[in-house]
Design a protein around this ligand. Structure first.
Ligand SMILES: [Fe+2]
Length: 337
């Protein structure tokens, strides 16, 4: 029997975007000494000529910056749930150097986990020129569409911006804990519904071939509230005849969730610029983006790199996360050896 949370949660991860925007403590500017250290580490790693995925933390020495990164872990788990790192000198780096840098930063923060069935550890977030509906395995990050607020996989996602694109593509982050609190205040009955099972389309990404996974949107486990939500995939699971039809309450609960996120002041909007790296919790934050337009020259098109990480101070995960493509690997990594 799962525990249910039916009260408002007093937690640093519960915040409103307008109040957050008025503060600046979530922005970390890389100091020149940190950039220097990072460049030296990239050069050392590049010289070794080994496959990027074989580079570990020790191959990427960051004596000073490493301590700053560790301090960020306390914000990602147990704090507000996100950090915006600014000042990666991507304009003077080759794409290969930026990849190594991002990978190295990730190695200091945690352990990268696979983001798809093929186990890809470093994803390119850009429009690959195919419509979402053209293929059932196309995922939103491979398009230029607006992406509704959702969670990724692993404890934390890292999104590094190489190029911004021509127009749009504003990143939105919202505290899912604050949304939960609002739902409890307005419709406690729907807060319960969101802690019950939903069927979610796996989009061909499950190793066991399962077409869907079944789990709640919110889980209250060992004193922490976690969210796992991809509303589009909950709706697209309805294409399968053997999936139970969504109830009116479930639809109402999902729509209330999204309506609250769209209310003035709830979301924090971020213009990710080249050299920015957004790090955010996949347990307390939902993120999305507005639609974007690419410039005609392919070399200028919007391009971000993404990592999913298991972090060393990660929260205890509920048992049903062991059977999700988003968190199975993190769940396994966290089990005692
Ligand atoms: Fe995402």
């Amino acid at each position: 029997m799962r525990e249910l949370l039916s009260t408002v949660l007093d937690d640093p991860a519960a915040w409103r975007g307008d109040r957050m925007a008025a503060r600046g403590d979530w922005v970390v500017e890389l100091e020149p000494a940190m950039v220097e250290e990072l460049e030296a580490a990239v050069a050392t790693a590049a010289e070794r000529g080994v496959e990027i995925f074989d580079l570990g933390r020790d191959d990427f020495p960051l004596a000073h910056t490493g301590r700053r990164l560790e301090a960020m872990l306390g914000e990602l788990e147990g704090g507000r749930g996100f950090v915006l790192l600014k000042g990666l000198p991507v304009s003077r780096w080759s794409e290969a150097q930026t990849r190594i840098a991002l990978w190295g930063l990730g190695a200091h923060l945690g352990r990268p986990v696979g983001q798809d069935l093929a186990g890809s550890l470093l994803h390119d977030v850009r429009d690959i020129g195919r419509a979402f509906g053209s293929d059932r395995s196309i995922r939103y990050f491979q398009t230029s569409h607006a992406i509704r607020l959702h969670t990724d996989g692993g404890d934390v996602f890292v999104l590094g911006c190489l190029r911004q694109g021509a127009r749009g593509g504003r990143t939105l982050v919202v505290s899912a804990v604050e949304v939960f609190n609002e739902i409890v205040r307005r419709r406690p009955d729907l807060a319960v519904v969101l802690q019950q099972d939903f069927w979610m389309d796996a989009r061909g990404q499950r190793a066991d071939g399962a077409r869907c996974q079944v789990l709640p949107v919110y889980t209250w486990h060992e004193g922490r509230l976690s969210v796992l939500l991809k509303a589009e995939y909950i709706y697209s699971a309805q294409r399968f005849d053997d999936v139970p039809r969504l109830t009116a309450e479930q639809v109402e609960a999902l729509e209330l969730f999204h309506r609250i996120t769209e209310e003035p002041g709830m979301a924090l909007g971020l213009e990710l610029r080249p050299g920015d790296v957004l790090l955010a919790s996949n347990h307390t934050i939902v993120h999305g983006r507005t639609e974007f337009e690419d410039p005609p020259d392919p070399a200028d098109r919007r391009h971000l790199l993404r990592l999913w990480l298991t972090i060393p101070n990660g929260r205890p995960l509920p048992p049903h996360y062991a059977d999700t493509r988003e968190h199975a690997e993190t769940y396994r990594q966290r089990m005692p050896a």
